[in-house]
Design a protein around this ligand. Structure first.
Ligand code: CU
Length: 488
């Protein structure tokens, strides 16, 4: 710019002005092609907005015309529970974290009343991302305790928007829970669905580490470092689990309005066992389909829709998975209704899979076969060879001392089932076993796979088992095994 001489400046300025005018004309032409620009939509009638706390959302706008929409939002600083035994002073829009859900349509003229409760200690304000104007309303809404500020704006752009407090220190106000969602529906409203819910992720920073009991103050240094102690949905651990779970019935379509208040972390929002049929990416007009995980930026949102086809509990997570299982970002959607085996079979079988066990036994090497053909020449050799096979094949389930695993694999030690019938025991090793059996008074219903062992090996391993751990001392021969095999 220093090279521009004073004589050139006016020419350049004129050129620039012309460009601006041309740009304005072309913009005007584009807008003229649509019937009604949002700013020209009349909002004559007045109505008071229905506000809801999470996970609920207000009724949809449907076919209603644009209106002057009165929003009355009260800021409350109040103590709540982060998780069992851990209390926290939340700063809230409307008494909940996230704050009250605001539902508008394009062309609404929103008259926003921001009230700061007299018992509060701090001034606050609100920056709504749905606002076209300085600070998203923040500059007009800065309000001291015991005061109310009023400002208005017209909703020009449909979408799902975050609102938050923007009073310094901004990060601290947001970290304490000062965020929520405002939906601007298109003219005619979003298509109807069966269930709608409001979910917002947030990260929290406490002086004490995760789970440390008592009233926990905000930790500014951890917040600056983005080292969250809690990452949660709807302001606390367990806000959407157990009795608080959101619900739906098989066949219903669920729409989730998902926001991320931050202040620090982005969310990889995922529902375990579901695929999002539609995602309004970043809360805007672009609809992506068949999405597993959608990224929700801090200070951003997404509208997620899916039909639930089968019953069960579907887990909502931030797929940055330690946050879900260790810091709280886990919710539940409980779906009731008829199963559909075509879509999901449920458990068909419980087979044993032991990479170091029978699976390997099914493909013996040539060496093993040759070795296994060498018959044991004495009882001691039978015991020795038998123990080797036991440790390779049986040990993982029945354990070193034949004690088995409670509720899973029956004991071989002092086993009444084993000692009662040697041919049955041989048959189990030869053929495998499924179905319920009772061993020493305990019921077992696991699966034993067929063991790919030679008759000699089976004789040896069973002899080892019968002569260990207080069992009957029976000796099993290759001939006995062959006889069972023939009768199979
Ligand atoms: Cu604030």
């Amino acid at each position: 710019m220093k090279l521009v001489t004073s004589r050139l400046k006016p020419i350049l300025q004129t050129g620039l002005s012309l460009a601006v005018i041309l740009l304005m004309i072309s913009c005007g032409n584009n807008k003229g092609e649509t019937n009604e620009t949002p700013v020209d939509i009349p909002a004559t009638q007045e109505m008071v907005a229905e506000l809801t706390s999470p996970p609920n959302v207000p009724r949809g706008v449907g076919k209603r015309k644009a209106k002057k929409l009165i929003v009355k939002m009260e800021i409350l600083e109040k103590e709540g529970e982060m998780t069992d035994g851990v209390r926290y002073v939340y700063w809230t829009f409307g008494g909940s974290v996230p704050g009250s859900f605001i539902r508008t349509r394009v062309g609404d003229e929103v008259e926003f009343h921001l009230q700061n409760h007299p018992d509060n200690k701090l001034p606050h304000n609100i920056d709504l991302h749905a606002v076209t104007g300085p600070g998203g309303g923040a500059e007009s809404s800065f309000v001291a305790p015991g005061h109310e500020k009023v400002f208005s704006f017209k909703t020009l752009n449909p979408g799902l928007y975050v609102y938050h407090c923007a009073t310094a220190p901004v990060g601290m106000h947001i970290a304490n829970g000062m965020y929520g969602l405002i939906l601007v529906e298109p003219a005619g409203g979003l298509p109807p669905v069966d269930k709608e819910y409001y979910i917002m992720q947030g990260d929290f920073y406490t002086k004490g580490k995760n789970g440390e009991r008592g009233l926990q103050p905000f930790d500014m240094q951890k917040a600056v470092d983005e080292n969250a102690d809690y990452v949660v949905f709807n302001g606390k651990v367990g806000s959407l689990t157990g009795d608080n779970a959101i619900t739906a019935k098989v066949g219903e379509t669920v729409r989730l309005f998902v926001g991320n208040g931050g202040p620090g972390l982005v969310s990889s929002f995922h529902v375990i066992g579901e695929i999002f049929d539609k995602v309004h990416v970043e809360g805007g007009d672009v609809i992506n389909e068949n999405v597993q995980t959608t990224l929700i930026p801090a200070g951003g949102a997404a509208i997620v829709e899916f039909k639930v086809d089968v019953p069960g509990t579907f887990i909502l997570v931030d797929h940055s998975i330690f946050r879900a299982f260790n810091k709280g970002a886990l919710g539940m959607l409980k779906v009731e209704g008829e199963e559909d085996k075509k879509i999901y079979s449920g458990e068909i079988r419980d087979d044993i899979y032991l990479p170091e066990g029978p699976g390997i036994q099914e493909m013996p090497t040539t060496n093993e076969i040759v070795e296994s053909e060498i018959p044991a020449k004495s009882f001691d050799e039978q015991m020795e060879f038998g123990k080797n096979i036991y440790m390779q094949t049986c040990f993982a389930c029945h354990q070193a001392e034949g004690q088995g695993i409670p509720n899973a694999f029956p004991p071989l030690a002092k086993s009444d089932y084993l000692n009662a019938d040697v041919n049955r025991a041989i048959g189990v090793v030869v053929n495998g076993l499924t179905g319920e059996i009772t061993v020493n008074g305990e019921k077992y219903n696991s699966v034993m796979t067929r063991q790919m062992l030679s008759s000699e090996e089976i004789a040896n391993v069973l002899t080892y088992v019968y002569n260990s751990w207080g069992n009957s001392g029976k000796v099993v021969t290759k001939e006995m095994v062959d006889k069972v095999k023939q009768n199979r």
